[in-house]
Design a protein around this ligand. Structure first.
Ligand SMILES: [Zn+2]
Length: 76
């Protein structure tokens, strides 16, 4: 390895907002995450939507308008 360009590797603890912690190695001793393997619905099997920045709401608003148009054109 080339000298002087590599960051120092330290034991690190990954802390999720769900309370799970993971031990690993990193250049930072502590890393906070919002979602992890023990709380993401893909791994838990729970049917839940992980919403960021109201994207689900935006999609539903758009789709609602589309369905209303469909209903309106079906009546004619
Ligand atoms: Zn988690």
């Amino acid at each position: 390895m080339k000298r002087g360009i590599h960051p120092t590797l330290v034991p690190a603890r990954i802390i999720c907002v769900c309370g799970a912690t993971y031990e690993t190695l990193s250049i930072k001793p502590e890393i906070h995450v919002e979602i992890c393997a023990s709380c993401h619905p893909y791994f838990t099997g729970e049917r839940r939507v992980v919403d960021t920045e109201g994207r689900v709401e935006k999609f539903e608003q758009r789709y609602r308008r589309f369905r209303e148009q469909q209903a309106a054109s079906a009546q004619r």
